[in-house]
Design a protein around this ligand. Structure first.
Ligand code: ADP
Ligand code: ZN
Length: 673
């Protein structure tokens, strides 16, 4: 005798509700929370996730589920709580959040999940070399003992580990992981971009052994991801290293989460659910009573602010290992350079001289420019015509290798012109500097030097980051030029000179975090110099040498930057003083986007009776047209994300999205452009 059973099912659609279904008798024994099921939905059959089981329903007539897909639940209780929270906070549906949690390793609904014999997923990481056990410094020891206490107590705790570059943060992570393992707990370590941090990965593998470690990166196939998921689920894996999505790893006894370079904007997901890893990691740790370490040489203002309010605990690593000095940073005012030579230069005389000197001493050099391509601005000097992307209205970038003009937003491209398409004149000018132009300048100036380039174009051609890093390590490359890819966690002791070709690229972005990003990028890049026996030198070329982001980077003064930037954030009620929720409406027809935004803003205003809402716009987005869509935005600032989400849910019920308009809501956006 069995009574009727019902399940509540979440679906991967932008619908807030969960749906009640009845369970046919023959399936009653196999229903479990966290399994996927096939359900009839409107006039289709779709996949849903069981989020609750009950023996009654308030729905008068329910439909039966059709089939249960999995033999074991994909989602633990913990994961259901986490995804539920994500939906409430990041303004998406529970089903959308759950889909993100399982999307990596599972094909859409087709295959059943059962636990099988597992095999190792192959990885490019070598397991050679010996683990060097360092005697920890006083600062490292004190950091570790605070963290370990939290791990011992098995309570929830968050630590901001502010350690300058080469202060030995990784060694602290190692110690904390040791402690977690001793307690029979598992750890997740986040690195901003797996492919860019081969050295960090190598250190982890060497230290803990391949067997215990799973590395989740985007270049794994679905099959490989699934194998890793199984190894984790079966408890073989003790340490998961990954990018964002590793937060959904099915570990049973999570004890520790490490977020390395916690300030990185790659931790923010740009698609639904638009979650921020740091916040989500803290949430998961809270659910699992785990310890979190947020590590950075330049913590996000959010994290430092939280530590100053004592929401999280602050730990300082103020010195470089072995008392090595931070590199001397020198700024070159490119305005002066221009006066001297009457034309724009890629390399100042001073930087050129330093490079020559390094090459003579057989030392290595890293040059950094956050813009790929050859010329970033192509125009006709006769009629003024600018080569622009017809879909994005931004300047096309000339790429030397393929002799074409490319849009960096949407990849639209055309063959480069000899003549101006508008006036047919022979006056097409190529200006602005990208990494390819720097590379060609270097070849011209230093014909005997071995020069390497690392940006996404180079990587498309040349096999992998690993190869380029390897060439640099084995001295097959003297000068490495690259984009921000080079700023991350690299430790090459023979690099004595780091040159920033233009600090203005990031500083001029139309985003409120432009200064913060510039400061942290400069500090991180500078941190690549002088990590060995010889002291390092950093040269920053800029047209705005007096900007505080640059001035503070010269002094390696995080706190001064923090204080100055926070004044401005406070005045404008910007994060971290308030949360920001950005709503972008886009349409191929400009009037539709604009009218839609105006109507939505009106409804939001009407609905916000309970409190005074701080709303900006609607207005044209800084990137006014993208991929053929015109863009209008509304920004809301508030200390309480949940009440804004509530308000928006009400508003979106009243306001029906007009046809041919698409809406994207982004909570705590990383960039508003
Ligand atoms: P960070 O991540 O803070 O930039 P790392 O953890 O990469 O710094 O450490 C910088 C270098 O110092 C690495 O080569 C590391 O092996 C070494 N190192 C770390 N801790 C110690 C220590 N206690 N004694 C000697 N060398 C250390
Ligand atoms: Zn485009």
């Amino acid at each position: 005798m069995s009574s009727k059973k019902y399940v509540q099912v979440a679906v991967n659609l932008p619908l807030n509700d969960v749906f009640d279904y009845s369970v046919p008798e023959n399936l009653q024994d196999s229903i479990e929370i966290g399994k996927r099921v096939w359900i009839p939905f409107r006039n289709r059959t779709i996949v849903g996730f069981i989020v609750n089981i009950s023996d009654h329903t308030t729905i008068p007539r329910t439909r039966d589920i059709k089939e249960i897909i999995d033999q074991v639940p994909l989602l633990s209780e913990e994961m259901l709580l986490l995804t539920r929270w994500m939906a409430d906070y990041y303004f998406c549906s529970w089903g959308e959040a759950i889909e993100a949690a399982v999307a990596g390793p599972f094909k859409k609904g087709k295959t059943s999940v059962r636990l099988r014999e597992s095999t190792d997923a192959s990885s490019e990481i070598k397991e050679t070399g010996v683990a060097i056990e360092h005697v920890l410094t006083t600062h490292q020891n004190s950091a570790l003992s605070q963290i370990n206490k939290c791990l011992m107590d098995e309570t929830f705790g968050v630590f901001l580990l502010h350690g300058i570059t080469a202060s030995g943060k990784t060694e602290v992570y190692f110690g904390a992981i040791d402690q977690a393992l001793k307690k029979n707990k598992e750890a997740i370590v986040f690195v901003p971009e797996i492919a860019l941090t081969p050295q960090t990965l190598e250190r982890f593998i060497i230290r803990f052994g391949k067997k215990k470690v799973a590395i989740i990166h985007s270049r794994l196939s679905k099959g490989e991801k699934f194998l890793e998921w199984q190894r984790i689920k079966q408890g073989e894996v003790k340490i998961v290293i990954g990018a964002r999505s590793a937060i959904f790893s099915p570990l049973k006894n999570l004890g520790l989460i490490v977020v390395d370079e916690e300030h990185e904007n790659t931790y923010k997901q740009e698609d639904i659910p638009r979650y921020h890893l740091v916040h989500t990691a803290i949430k998961r740790a809270k659910i699992s009573k785990a310890t979190v370490i947020l590590g950075s040489a330049t913590p996000s203002l959010e994290s430092t602010y939280a530590s100053r309010k004592n929401d999280i605990k602050f730990i300082d690593l103020p010195e470089r290992i072995k008392g090595r000095d931070l590199p001397v940073v020198q700024v070159i005012d490119m305005r002066g350079q221009r006066k001297r030579t009457k034309h724009l230069q890629v390399l100042s005389k001073l930087l050129e001289d330093y490079i020559a000197k390094c090459l003579k001493n057989k030392e290595q050099i890293i040059l950094f420019l956050n813009r790929r391509g050859f010329s970033t601005y192509v125009h006709c000097s006769k009629c003024g015509y600018i080569m622009q992307c017809p879909h994005c209205n931004i300047a096309l970038v000339y790429h030397y290798d393929e002799k074409r003009l490319l849009c960096h937003h949407c990849s639209y491209h055309i063959k480069s012109h000899e003549l101006c398409p508008q006036c047919n004149g022979n006056y097409v000018r190529y200006s602005g500097t990208g990494t390819q132009k720097v590379e060609s300048e270097l070849h011209r100036l230093f014909p005997n030097a071995k020069i390497g380039r690392m940006d996404s174009d180079a990587l498309k051609k040349k096999a992998s980051h690993f190869e380029i890093f390897d060439d640099f390590k084995t001295r097959k490359i003297d000068i490495l030029i690259g984009t921000q890819m080079l700023a991350k966690g690299l430790d090459f002791p023979n690099v004595t000179l780091v040159g920033v070709i233009s600090a203005d690229v990031t500083l001029n972005l139309p985003d409120f975090r432009a200064s913060e990003r510039t400061f942290s990028l400069l500090t991180q890049v500078a941190g690549r110099a002088g990590r060995g026996e010889t002291a390092g030198k950093v040269i920053i070329q800029t047209y705005t040498p007096d900007h505080y982001a640059i001035q503070c980077a010269i002094k390696h003064d995080y706190n001064d930057f923090y204080e100055q930037e926070m004044v401005f954030r406070k005045q404008l009620e910007l994060p971290p003083y308030a949360h920001m929720i950005s709503i972008v409406l886009r349409s191929k027809e400009e009037e539709k986007a604009m009218a839609g935004a105006q109507a939505l803003a009106k409804v939001i205003n009407q609905e916000s009776k309970a409190f005074k809402i701080n709303m900006l716009g609607p207005s044209v987005m800084p990137v006014a047209k993208l991929r053929g869509f015109y863009r209008y935005g509304i920004i809301i600032k508030d200390k309480d994300v949940y009440r804004i989400n509530d308000l928006l849910r009400k508003a979106f019920k009243k306001w029906k999205t007009p046809s041919k308009v698409k809406v994207a809501v982004d909570v705590d956006p990383s960039m508003v452009v």
